[in-house]
Design a protein. Sequence first.
Length: 803
Amino acid sequence: MKYGYFDEERHEYVITTPKTPVKWINYVGTLAFGGFVDQTGGALLCKGDPALNRITKYIPQLPAADFRGETLYLRVREADGYRLVTPYFTPCLSPYTRYECRVGQGVSTFVFENGALRVVTRVFVPQGAPCEVRDVEITNLAGWPLTLDAIPVVEYSHFDALKQFTNADWVPQTMQSRWVQDAERGVLLQYAFMKKDTAVNFFTASWPSSSFESDRKRFLGDNEYGTWAHPLSLDGDELSNGEALRGDNIGALMLHLGSLQPNESRRFVTLLGQVAQASDALELLGRYSSAAQVEAALAEIKAFWAAYFDKQQVQTPDAAFNAMLNTHNPHQCYITKNWSRDLSLYQLGFGGRGIGFRDSSQDVMGVLAQAPGEAKALMCNLLSVQTPAGSAMHQFYASTMEANAGDSREVPNAPHYYSDDHLWMVLAVCAYLKETGDFAFLREELPFYEEGLAVEKRQRGSVMEHIRRGLEFTWRDVGAHGLPLLGFADWNDTVNLPRGAESLFTAHLFGAALREWIGLLGYLGDEDAARHYEAYYQEMRARVEQHAWDGAWYVRYFDAQGSPLGSAKNQYGQIFLNGQSWAVLSGFASTERAEQALQSVRERLNTPRGVKLSAPGYTGFDPRLGGVSTYPPGAKENGGIFLHSNPWLVIAETRLGHGDQAYEYYRQINPAAKNDELDGYECEPYVYPQNVLGDEHPQFGLARNTWLSGTASWMYQAATKHILGIQPDYDGLRIDPCIPAEWDGFSVRREFRGCRYEIRVKNPRGLHRGVPHLLVDGARIEGNQAPIFQDSNVHIIEASLGA
Ligand code: GLC
């Protein structure tokens, strides 16, 4: 079954049925104001913080047909009454002859036709504006005049998202709406007071409204035995004009659109937003009402994305690869950068997560070519929640910068740090410097996080000092084998072994971070510091090589008693993917062991739908292991296909020169390559999910948790830097591809340090890698590094594999 198609020219995925297996979403706006819109028009919006300032009530756990946050009713007058139509399909389940939800960047466009009507709606948040705009155009397709009313509706959430669900008396007692008529425009504005009067939500439409409703009970009618599919108040001509001073507040407007002749259209916009004072809402309405204003606001969003995409575009023989790299993957990377793991259909933004140190440090690396300034700003925030001791707070709230120790808070005797968090930042900082050459960043002074102290009183240090403390922390924080202690967890959140356990993942991440840092110090000419860390690197490598090789792969952890997990000796969890891929990424594994470890992955962990995180899965709860054993075998971290870790394997394979294998691993999880086989997979084919059920699970192949996953950043890095091999470096742009032998070449347009590169790679002999020299604007350069040009011209870089 197909649910839609890729429209590459317009950078869109076109969903052609409202009935996708689960909701498929798109993002509008940013964390400053925005959220997501699903393929049936439902919307979850917030301003500044999903936990602390939520606007619409969107409950993902409700059945798909239910009302979620926002919709639009059209009332078509007929001789004997009226017919209700919802052009988003829900909640009336209106029959249609054509349905489209075009998933663009920052805008979702809905097209609904039912023989009598065509409704085209564009949903977006204008750049920098604190409101969502819905631009609605309705055309009469019937051969006779139609008399129409439009009733746009929103349902509010309490601003404190969690409170909404924890107190069913206090919350409704605090919610109230006032309505104001703007005499000049004839429109009604609803002001919903939900933020203790410090801010006000508003809802309005550009078309004059004759009545309104703000009480859900009155809107649905019959003590709410009227339904969203048939709100009884719509049986009457007008709404009740009820100003709700308590209760479940909604906003509903009655817009009489009058009689439309055949082919005649009507258009109006609705605005839902939040402002400091009521008059600002009118100002916004003045800015985004007319067709020209809407087009201009959309053009601004489009220009942002055109510039974003333009930084790097690829052309390869694989259409699904191109579709992901040219549109959907960079789009997802930007969304994960903006939202961390805070708000999606799956990560509900109730305050449990906020902005994650580990996740966002990785997300940063997916937007460097396109949004280096935003990446830097996020890195500064992250570094500001690193503790003076060198490890990091696990997460923080975007609006308050208040940080906490994540899930480890819930376990009193556990270590309250994660062993990997701070190390990701080393990779992010180096990647940022390679992309931008902004070495002054290293000297920028930032605070450390000291709970209870005002920011001005906290210790400060340069970015370099932050990194130094992080590396020294891990160097000191080791266990019985001299390997890094696990802390509460490493990358794998769900293996929480009792204190004293050691993590091979963190050992390898430490190695990879050291390698990058030593490279930077060498480039900066700081030989002493480089030698200091080189000694750490060699020593950690020696410990890993001495203790962690299990015979055909590396173990993944040692518990406090020194027993391995991820060993052939274990009954379950015998082999873990990250223990192998990262042994290659750290450079710790000898070639022989690297080959053997990746061979073991192929044999024991690969499936046609992706590589599993471990095998075999644990079969029951084991309190010593923690969360990993709460899943059935094959789910999530317990032997599921946890996609985030697949691109690391892709990169590891390219390190060994295995171009075919790297590409196969890439392709088997590329959702765009399975657009024809989404049954059983269920999720959006235009973004990566976090997880797919593994082959030990009866629902093998089922995907969940799309959008906010480290998979986005790493798949983008794996494809662009490692398969296509376009690698920014401190002093040039390296071209070091590792591609499938069947590709006869590819090309990449890339902006780097303000200069444009047209890179053309040929593969006439069917090789995987090896660029011995380049033609740079026709002149031969030995090696594979193109220089940085101090101009803004287009430079042609030609390479041929093996020649
Ligand atoms: C989730 C978390 C991430 C963690 C991963 C593996 O994706 O957001 O931080 O590394 O799970 O447990």
